[in-house]
Design a protein around this ligand. Structure first.
Ligand SMILES: Nc1nc2c(c(=O)[nH]1)N[C@H]1C(S)=C(S)[C@@H](COP(=O)(O)O)O[C@H]1N2
Ligand SMILES: [Mo]
Length: 311
């Protein structure tokens, strides 16, 4: 199996991968130079629960947000609307068995077991900033692969212009889906060129470990230049469409959340300014950068568009 599932009886990743050990493992992966076995926790522990991955491009070298914050301060309305609900209710999300359907305007549609869907994709670590529309941000070492690898395999037709995503629907187990806080299932979408961009990844892990349920196990999107809510969790379906697909937050509050949702400090949210953000773990607020600091890579995708209108 490409990735090993984390069992609740296993040591928690926070216990077996404190930040300094993680940092050394990462340095080790970067340089390929062994730093001495003594630096690592017992080999069996690490090998048992870690993903096999190599460092990928685009990573920032900013300080990482601690694992504890990344996995206990979450938005995942299926598991509750409070920030600590998702980690508290994490066990309610059933991730086995898991299938991913790829369909719509493509020549090679299919329904895959998770393992088949992931194979033979090489996992990379990408350290990306995630910026929430509510004004906080984190720096997270994701493990995943470029979404475009999945999209290319599906052979999109010339008429495909957008990609739609859908989260698992399981109201029997997911308490949030038994309440009308959002229209379920959670859905998101990207324009095809955004989806094909090499910054856009499907993540299966973070901090070198399999993705915790509260972060969207077993498979979630990460679009680092857009607000966090575009990064849909626990994906079961990816569809090619000709027209712009509906998105959960746009459906729920169209005046506040547009389809594009590019991080844009110049466009105020109706209820608050978007000029600054609080990096979790820091005291002073930072200036928010256009496209969350990824402008050099992605600004050209929006040439000629009025981004105050297409917010
Ligand atoms: N299915 C689903 N995906 C979701 C959400 C959600 O409620 N349900 N919340 C979004 C929001 S608002 C944010 S900020 C990010 C948070 O990701 P994180 O908890 O891994 O930091 O997930 C996004 N993906
Ligand atoms: Mo968010």
């Amino acid at each position: 199996m490409l990735i090993r599932r984390h069992r609740s009886s296993d040591p928690r990743p926070s216990e077996i991968t404190p930040r300094d050990v993680y940092q050394r493992r990462r340095d080790f992966l970067k340089t390929g130079v062994a730093l001495g076995a003594g630096l690592f926790l017992p080999a069996s522990t690490v090998a048992d629960s870690s993903l096999d991955f190599s460092p990928g491009p685009f990573s920032t070298d900013e300080a990482l947000t601690p694992f504890e914050d990344v996995t206990t301060y979450n938005n995942f309305y299926e598991l509750g609307t409070g920030k600590s609900d998702p980690s508290r209710n994490a066990d309610l999300l059933r991730t086995e068995p898991w299938t991913v359907k790829v369909d719509g305007l493509c020549a090679n549609s299919g329904e895959y077991d998770l393992e088949d869907f992931l194979r033979p994709r090489e996992l990379q670590e990408r350290i990306y900033r995630l910026r929430c529309v509510e004004g906080w941000s984190m720096v997270i070492p994701w493990v995943g692969f470029e979404l475009n690898r999945v999209l290319k395999r599906a052979e999109p037709l010339g008429s495909a212009r957008y990609v739609a995503f859908e989260t698992v629907m399981d109201p029997d187990n997911l308490p949030g889906q038994r309440r009308p806080v959002l229209e379920w299932p959670y859905v998101e979408g990207l324009r095809l060129d955004e989806a094909m961009h090499p910054l856009t990844i499907l993540a299966v892990g973070l901090y070198g470990e399999e993705l915790p349920n509260q972060n969207g196990a077993p498979l979630r999107l990460v679009v680092p230049w857009k607000y966090g809510f575009k990064s849909i969790k626990s994906i079961v379906r990816i569809s090619f469409t000709e027209v712009e697909p509906p998105t959960s937050w746009n459906r729920s509050q169209p005046d506040e959340y547009g389809f594009y949702s590019n991080v844009n400090p110049d466009v105020a949210h109706p209820r608050w300014s978007q000029r600054t953000e609080r990096r979790i773990g820091e005291f002073r607020r930072r200036r928010t950068e256009p496209f969350n600091g990824y402008g050099e890579e992605v600004a050209s995708l929006y040439e000629g568009m009025d981004l105050t209108r297409h917010f």
